[in-house]
Design a binder for this molecule. Structure first.
Ligand SMILES: C[S@@+](CC[C@H](N)C(=O)[O-])C[C@H]1O[C@@H](n2cnc3c(N)ncnc32)[C@H](O)[C@@H]1O
Length: 235
């Protein structure tokens, strides 16, 4: 069913192009799930995939909080829809910085306006500014909405209906399928509006793409870098 990812193909193609200029680059894919094949089709570099899920397609089982790799061993790290499932995401980002080489690339997607998924293992949501703060040690190449408020609305309708119906798995499956089919058109809306300032304030998911820099972004940089629609006059 049609969904929306307004950033991954563009940013990851750029990441692949940049890495192609280096000799024998290595990419670490954290929380890979079943994502490795999709990524390998997009970038032609060595990918090392890790996850904690026994059913994931991995090279090694490893926790983002304690990566079993030497300092400065990767040219890029990718973590999409992962850091919200890590109980202390700041520690995971410290680990990411540790295993990245100087000027190493980082591509991250984290949900903002999304309901709980992965049950007990879902801890955090970030605004675009919060995502920027989490990645403060990186120089920004690009950031924005992976999916906007239209997809957030579709999730909200689905979860509203799921809260009304019975807990039976078949009923829940039917509700999910029905909502995704009936509201598939919302994906088209997001393609048009998701990067607007007001849409960033209500995005379903945000991304950050950057490279490890010498200077961390300051708190002031993060606040002045806000791109949403609510510029407050009382501060
Ligand atoms: C929502 S899935 C996303 C999978 C994939 N990155 C994608 O975008 O399709 C989240 C993944 O993060 C993994 N994960 C959760 N906590 C983790 C941790 N502490 N270290 C490594 N992987 C983790 C889960 O096992 C799961 O495969």
């Amino acid at each position: 069913l049609p969904s929306v990812n307004l950033s991954a193909d563009r940013c990851l193609s750029d990441l692949g192009t940049r890495l192609a200029r280096q000799s024998d680059p290595h990419v670490l894919l954290i929380g890979s799930g079943a994502q490795r094949a999709r990524l390998a089709a997009l970038i032609d570099v060595r990918i090392i995939a890790v996850d904690i899920d026994i059913s994931a397609d991995v090279d090694a089982f490893a926790d983002a909080l304690s990566l079993p790799f030497r300092d400065q061993s990767f040219d890029a790290v990718i973590a999409t829809a992962v850091l919200e499932h890590v109980i202390r995401p700041e520690i995971a980002v410290t680990e990411i910085c540790r295993v990245l080489k100087a000027r190493g690339l980082f591509y991250s997607e984290i949900p903002f306006m999304q309901q709980v998924h992965e049950g007990a293992y879902d801890f955090t949501r970030y605004t675009l500014s919060g995502h920027r703060r989490l990645a403060e040690r990186f120089e920004e190449l690009e950031s924005g909405a992976v999916a906007g408020p239209a997809i957030a609305l579709r999730w909200a309708i689905e979860h509203f209906l799921l809260a009304l119906v019975s807990e039976r798995q078949l009923v829940r499956k039917l509700v999910k399928g029905g909502v995704r089919t009936a509201f598939a058109w919302l994906a088209i809306v997001d393609r048009r509006i998701a990067q607007r300032p007001a849409a960033l304030d209500g995005a379903s998911c945000t991304y950050f793409y950057g490279c490890l820099g010498e200077d961390a972004a300051t708190d002031k940089d993060i606040i002045t870098g806000y791109r949403g629609a609510q510029h407050l006059r009382h501060v």
